[in-house]
Write a protein that binds this ligand. Sequence first.
Ligand code: TYC
Length: 103
Amino acid sequence: MATQHQLDPELVHKERHAAPPPMYRVVLLNDDFTPMEFVIDVLQQFFGLGLEQATIVMLKVHNEGRGICGIYPRDIAATKVSQVSQYAHQHQHPLQCIMEVNE
Ligand code: TYC
């Protein structure tokens, strides 16, 4: 069913020309203390990666300082960041997870 604003020509014009909402990269940061196995577990549990891809991403973070876990709409990215941060804190690891706009 059409909502009221879909019948308003000015709003239809604005919506057609509007940029889509930005997506956000969820990024893991390296540290010297979090075990490699824990990071692989995080990538499998929260980002749906298989063991092989999770290992590749973990090693990228380990060697380059950071790595992208996935790219999501803002609310989903924010949920992933808080889930990972809480999980790491629960296990007393200093693992840092951040989000940044993907433009
Ligand atoms: N550098 C950690 C180690 O040597 C492993 C690690 C990888 C930590 C990725 C954090 O996001 C990270 N145990």
